[in-house]
Design a protein around this ligand. Structure first.
Ligand code: SAM
Ligand code: SF4
Length: 326
């Protein structure tokens, strides 16, 4: 699918739930989380139908996300169904890892291609401060378990918050000890993320280089589907990556759209632009009608975010990341 800016959109992020077993400070409120009634959340056959139609239109890669996708029952079976759709090349999952250990074998058996495990720190006190839950042990055990399945590519995602106890070097060390890539994701001013400044890429590089050998830009074959750029570090088995949506805007190369757990097709993280696909499906409309709605939404996909613009930007997203599906 080519959008109005000539971008090839072949990547769909599908949020399967707005529920989560953590309360990360930049993503969700501590209390009073507004959860939608389950009847509004897309059922598995609805998700599979939308993905089938998307594949017919040119989507090749699907990532399951949330909320926390593994709090929803039946994810391995959903992975298997999505993998079998004609045109779909990869199905991956992003998770906080808490429930991963016990589901890893089933996910690998279902044909999962890749896993992103979110881990902001390996310091237990800091983990609890950021995630508002004491679950670091589970995530670390899940990483060990996931390493037993080399056919499932593994990446660690970390959002630097600019607090010293976070010990970014401790997280980066996972790429030294194991053949996994560690990616630092710049905080985006979305939802509760607006309350944090985070750390730009250059600052993270400086912190890492105080402890490790210099980071050397990686020029080899493309790794992954997205905007991450990588560095090699001498002695490290994995690479260090950066997704710097704010300081190194990459909207010109955007290849993705998002489906929220309620079935709203979002064409840009920052804006409300999109289409309610759930309404179309539940109104009994045909696949052709659904395709037209998707293409129409795509023809209105914003050119890029305006995170750094001071002026008020119209129709910006008010939802938090766990509701959108980050
Ligand atoms: N619960 C799963 C997880 O944590 O991986 C999937 C959903 S979570 C919303 C997906 C990713 O979005 C996580 O890596 C999280 O750190 C990131 N994220 C959430 N809010 C963010 C923000 N404001 N800026 C940048 N990344 C954010
Ligand atoms: Fe949950 Fe992921 Fe948001 Fe943390 S970042 S609160 S784990 S959805």
């Amino acid at each position: 699918m080519i959008d109005r800016c000539g971008r090839n959109i072949d990547y769909l992020r599908v949020s399967v739930t707005d529920r989560c077993n953590l309360r990360c400070i930049y993503c969700m409120p501590e209390d009073g989380v507004e959860l939608v009634d389950r009847s509004f959340i897309l059922q598995e056959p609805e998700i599979v139908r939308i993905c089938r139609v998307m594949a017919e239109l040119g989507i090749r890669k699907i990532k399951l996300t949330g909320g926390e996708p593994l709090v929803r029952a039946g994810i391995p079976s959903m992975v298997e169904k999505l993998k079998s759709l004609p045109g779909i090349e990869t199905v991956t999952l992003t998770t906080n890892g808490i429930l991963l250990k016990e589901q890893m074998a089933a996910l690998a058996g279902a044909g999962l291609d890749g896993l992103n495990i979110s881990l902001d720190t390996v310091n237990p006190q800091c983990y609890e401060k950021i995630a508002r839950r004491n679950q670091l042990k589970n995530t670390l055990e899940a990483i060990e378990e996931a390493l037993k399945y080399p056919q499932v590519s593994l990446k660690i995602n970390c959002v630097p918050l600019g607090i010293e106890e976070q010990d970014l070097c401790g997280v980066a060390q996972l790429a030294e000890k194991h053949p996994i890539h560690v990616r630092f994701i710049e905080m985006m001013p979305i939802g509760y993320g607006r309350e944090f400044t985070g750390m730009p890429e250059e600052e993270v590089v400086r912190v890492l280089e105080q402890r490790f050998p210099p980071l050397i830009p990686y020029q080899g074959e493309r790794l992954g589907n997205g905007p991450c750029h990588y560095y090699t570090v001498e002695g490290f088995q994995g690479k260090i990556g950066f997704i710097s949506a704010v300081s190194h805007k990459f909207c010109g190369d955007c290849n993705r759209i998002r489906l929220t757990s309620q079935g709203f097709l979002k064409t840009c993280l920052q804006y409300t632009a999109g289409r309610d696909l759930r309404a179309i499906i539940r109104d009994g409309k045909t696949d052709e009608y659904l395709k037209e709605a998707i293409l129409e939404a795509l023809s209105e996909k914003p050119e890029g975010h305006a995170f750094l613009e001071k002026a008020r930007v119209d129709k910006t997203e008010k939802l938090c990341m766990s509701q959108i599906g980050g």
